[in-house]
Write a protein that binds this ligand. Structure first.
Ligand SMILES: CC(C)(COP(=O)(O)OP(=O)(O)OC[C@H]1O[C@@H](n2cnc3c(N)ncnc32)[C@H](O)[C@@H]1OP(=O)(O)O)[C@@H](O)C(=O)NCCC(=O)NCCS
Length: 328
């Protein structure tokens, strides 16, 4: 039997119209454009309106990805939606997306792996396609993080933005598609980025809401170090597994968390800044959406050619991390 690989057949992305600039944040919290720019590289981020919700952006990104793959929604047999900001607790956002798309043949489930969620999805899609359990898998990263940001906490509120990215995967010829993917976690670092309210442990009462337990809490400094180490390590691991070197990489799309994190990972890996994608100035950290949005922006800008080697790496709350390398 011929060996099959899973590869990306089409990509898409979508953002809310609303923009929150550093100047806007200066009016809300004790910060400055100068501090945010120099410490993070972020100049603005998208912010959903109160009546907008996660699946709307996911569906727009997915429709684009399905169309570019030359498929119909009914061809999709598996939908994996990576999100930590679902429309609601039950059912999964993936099911709500399945209904809105009319993807009548698809199983659907969410992946809760924070900023690594899209890489988790790629890894699962790769396995499902290579083992013949799925023909066409739709992997989505979609977030409305601004709903869970405490705008009195200057250490977190400047970082996060909203958006969605999607990719349709199917079989591709041997030697192309996903060459290696690795996903990891270490829950001992739970408190580096977490939201304790709203679950069975923390509860969801007037007191938890008044305390702001549902908002993200973060130890930014500690997470910074874990981020750089884990993204660099997993990048080397997937390249080794695929029998490639950093010199073979044509495009590196790291999770967009902080320009200083991106620069430190690129420097550890010894890759030239010209092949490292960054959109953090315009969009901040969109968690699971950041890599698929970045990938689609690169596709749209003509930065990806057939045969190119693309490296992706991410880390996030959990903590989780993961990497993937593919030949386009
Ligand atoms: C959050 C982050 C930008 C903070 O940058 P940093 O250089 O580590 O800054 P520190 O936390 O050490 O704080 C330095 C000072 O800046 C202050 N500061 C923090 N946020 C500020 C803001 N928005 N504006 C102005 N000052 C700020 C702090 O209060 C501190 O002041 P102090 O020295 O008087 O106590 C950075 O640690 C980071 O990006 N970490 C990773 C976070 C991340 O990626 N999270 C998502 C995971 S997917």
């Amino acid at each position: 039997m011929a060996k099959t690989n899973a590869g990306i057949l089409g990509t898409g992305h979508s953002y809310p119209e609303g923009v929150l600039t550093n100047a806007d944040l200066e009016q809300i919290v004790d910060t400055s454009d100068e501090w945010i720019t120099t410490r993070t590289g972020i100049k603005q981020r998208r912010k959903a309106a109160p009546n907008e919700y996660t699946s709307q952006f996911a569906v727009r990104a997915s429709r684009e990805a399905i169309e570019r793959a030359g498929l119909e929604a009914a061809d999709i047999d598996l939908i994996l939606c990576a999100t930590v900001t679902p429309d609601q607790i039950l059912p999964s956002t993936a099911c709500l997306i399945q209904a809105q798309l009319g993807a009548n043949q698809a199983a659907a489930m969410d992946i809760v792996a924070a900023c690594s969620g899209f890489i988790y999805g790629l890894s699962l899609a790769d396995t499902m396609i290579r083992t013949g359990q799925s023909k066409y898998t739709l992997v989505i990263g979609a977030e409305i993080l601004t709903r869970y940001v405490d705008y009195t906490d200057r250490g977190t509120c400047v970082l996060f933005g909203d958006g969605a990215g999607a990719a349709v995967l199917g079989t591709v010829e041997e030697g192309r598609g996903i060459l290696a993917a690795k996903i990891r976690s270490d829950g001992r670092y739970e408190e580096q980025l977490y939201a304790p309210g709203g679950g069975t442990k923390g509860g969801f009462t007037a007191e938890t809401i008044a305390r702001g337990d549902h908002f993200f809490k973060m130890k930014g400094n500690e997470l910074f170090k874990v981020a750089v180490r884990s993204m660099a390590d997993v990048s080397r691991e997937v390249l080794d597994y695929a029998g490639l070197k950093t010199d073979d990489v044509n495009l590196f799309i790291p999770h967009q968390a902080n320009q200083r994190i991106t620069d430190a990972v690129a420097s550890k890996l010894n890759v030239d800044s010209s092949i490292v994608y960054s959109n953090i100035a315009m969009h901040g950290n969109t968690s699971s959406a950041s890599i698929p949005i970045g990938l689609d922006e690169c596709v749209e800008a003509g930065r990806v050619r057939k045969g190119d080697v693309i490296l992706m790496a991410s880390f996030g709350g959990g903590v989780t991390w993961g990497g993937a390398v593919m030949r386009w």
